[in-house]
Design a protein around this ligand. Structure first.
Ligand code: ADP
Ligand code: ASP
Ligand code: MG
Length: 419
């Protein structure tokens, strides 16, 4: 069996869904499991609904209407008869969501988040599955929550591999086209959980692992894995093949084309991963497999924008040692700062972090009691794998380099735009 994953960008409108159908016609759909994400930016739109619900904002209804209207337009573009049963099924999913919002008593934000945001994937897979049937491509729609079991860490659930494996092996039919949701799972009480933002790639890997799949293909709006994010780097080139190890490194440093958790289950069973273009499905794309040489061997660039560089030095010239460092890390963890680079000397310590939740001003007050705190906001962290002098110069050009760190294969620089 092959596992295919189609992300939000591939199903963002009716044209996109028709294109997915055409991709399957070209590459085959027998003995395939399709994992599909929410359409376009639906997850972000549902996050707005959640915020309005939690804040008891008067905007709640209109934000919900936006999500409904968007999907309704896609339905109207796909199905000629307005009395097609898909309209009823999709309406029912939205009615379930509204029922939840009306009756929920749980104050647990993360729990609420997962119950609400999951509507995106439930609706998208319903539409795709029904559309394929409509076009005569028979398929089996599966509720992923009956397969992927997790703990109850809502928004970042941990997979219960044993139960997941049992469900998948027992209940998935081979030799047919199966369609299910990415990103979602369920806990032991059958409440919906999610695997972390952008987690649908990981869902595909979970299924592939449990099914001993022949391969996983994630279909993207780019040709494959490039040596740089094309949104930020001109002339990014396609990597024809890379090893699991290289892919894990790239994803870890922030190449968002593959979710970092995807690779580990695949490499354990040596299941090849293909990253291909849904626009040109017959092109080879990138193949990720064991020990594959990076081909072409070239520098790879990753950038994380909008980072915060915090530098601490001791007030009395004492050393910054293990005890201080563990205290600093406990605080960074408590304030949900994701650390992307660390550098220390005898009396100073710098970290480049992502302050996603805007907690720095609180944290700074605490740190200032013990350390002299200096910081730079809005810096960029560049990581260059397989760097050369030329690639480093290209990145540092017209920028002020605040921190530089070099290991054998990887160079990282924290930069600030020169004004
Ligand atoms: P999905 O629709 O599956 O969610 P994403 O939008 O998350 O897809 O991932 C595809 C995007 O990842 C590309 O459009 C590109 O902008 C970005 N990207 C970042 N780094 C890379 C890279 N190294 N190679 C290719 N694409 C990259
Ligand atoms: N829909 C989810 C998100 O946008 C999962 C995914 O697309 O991978 O994060
Ligand atoms: Mg995505």
């Amino acid at each position: 069996m092959k596992v295919f994953k189609f992300g939000g960008a591939s199903v963002k409108d009716a044209e996109g869904i028709k294109n997915v159908y055409s991709v399957l016609e070209q590459v085959g759909h027998k003995d395939v499991l399709l994992v599909i994400s929410a359409m376009g930016k639906t997850t972000n739109a549902l996050e707005v609904v959640i915020k309005n619900y939690i804040d008891k904002s008067p905007e709640l209804q209109s934000s919900l209407q936006d999500v409904k209207k968007y999907h309704n337009q896609i339905l109207l573009d796909l199905f000629e008869e307005e009395n097609h049963e898909v309209f009823t099924v999709v309406n029912k999913l939205f009615a379930d969501l509204e029922y939840f919002l009306k009756h929920n008593k749980s104050p647990n934000y993360n729990f609420v988040y997962d119950q609400v945001v999951s509507t995106g994937e439930m609706v998208s897979t319903t539409i795709v599955s029904q559309y394929f049937n409509y076009r005569g491509l028979q398929n089996q729609w599966l509720d992923v929550r009956e397969f992927i079991k997790t703990d109850n860490t809502y928004r970042d659930a941990i997979v219960d591999w044993e139960h997941t494996q049992q469900n998948i092996v027992k209940k998935i039919q081979r030799k047919t086209l199966n369609i299910t949701q990415g990103f979602l799972g369920s806990d032991e009480n059958n409440f919906t959980t999610t695997l972390g933002r952008e987690g649908s790639d990981y869902s595909a890997a979970i299924f592939a692992y449990c099914l001993n799949a022949e391969s996983v293909t994630i279909w993207k709006d780019v040709q494959g894995v490039l040596n740089a994010d094309p949104r930020y780097f001109e002339n990014a080139i396609l990597l024809n093949q890379i090893s699991y190890r290289e892919a894990i490194e790239l994803a870890f440093y922030g190449a968002t084309v593959i979710h970092p958790k995807t690779l580990q289950p695949l490499q354990r069973k040596e299941i090849p991963l293909y990253v291909k273009s849904f626009i040109n499905p017959l092109l080879a794309g990138t193949s990720v497999s064991k020990g594959a040489d990076l081909e072409p061997h070239t520098s790879c660039y990753i950038v994380k924008k909008n980072q915060l560089l915090i530098s601490l030095s001791s007030l009395d010239f004492s050393f910054i040692m293990e005890e201080n460092i563990s205290e600093i890390f406990a605080l960074l963890h408590q304030y949900k700062m994701k650390v992307h680079l660390i550098q220390n000397s005898a009396i100073s310590f710098s970290v480049c972090v992502d302050d996603k939740f805007g907690n720095f001003s609180e944290l700074k007050k605490l740190l200032s009691k013990k350390f002299k705190v200096t910081y730079n906001e809005d810096v960029s962290l560049y990581t260059i794998r397989h760097f050369t002098e030329k690639s480093v110069n290209a990145v540092a050009q017209n920028k002020e380099v605040l921190v530089k760190q070099v290991s054998r294969e990887t160079m990282q620089v924290v930069t600030k735009e020169k004004i």
